[in-house]
Design a protein around this ligand. Structure first.
Ligand code: 5GP
Ligand code: ZN
Length: 136
């Protein structure tokens, strides 16, 4: 996918996702427009694990403002579009909010997670995740 470089957005130097937006750190992009990009998670926890992020550096849901409403709505619509493209019949859309909510990268992102073949596989995945102490 051709990566559109876009300089008008406020980015933060030591933010990994801002560096991905700027093309300074490589990523497998699956979607981009003037406001958002989506790319594959480097450490997928399920058959499909995509991160959807705004180009603009927003720390997380904990810092959103009224002016972010349009971008937030768009992130949901893009999540739905990517789920359809990946033929996901069901999926999780996870947003970790703040360090005590498990957020490690402090640049807003939605995790789109899915791709289990059937309910049995999904339940096996859930059991394994919890047995290993893993959360999203
Ligand atoms: P969080 O824990 O903040 O909700 O999720 C951060 C996610 O970003 C993790 O799932 C992690 O695997 C992913 N991640 C961290 N660094 C990189 C990177 O450099 N490239 C990509 N593609 N994903 C990353
Ligand atoms: Zn950032």
């Amino acid at each position: 996918m051709l990566i559109i470089q876009c300089c008008k957005h406020k980015t933060v130097k030591n933010c990994i996702f801002c560096q991905i937006v700027k093309g300074k750190i490589p990523a497998n992009f699956v979607y981009q427009d003037k406001d958002l990009v989506a790319f594959q998670d480097i450490n997928p926890i399920a058959p499909v694990h995509i991160l959807i992020i705004p180009r603009k550096h927003i720390v997380g849901i904990q810092t959103i403002q009224d002016k972010d409403q349009r971008i937030l709505g768009k992130m949901l619509l893009v999540a739905k579009k990517l789920a359809e493209q990946n033929k996901l019949k069901g999926y999780k859309l996870v947003i970790n909010c703040g360090k005590l909510g498990g957020q490690r990268v402090l640049h807003l992102h939605f995790h789109l997670v899915g791709g289990w073949k059937d309910l049995k596989k999904y339940h096996q995945w859930i059991e394994e995740r919890f047995r290993e102490g893993g959360v999203l």
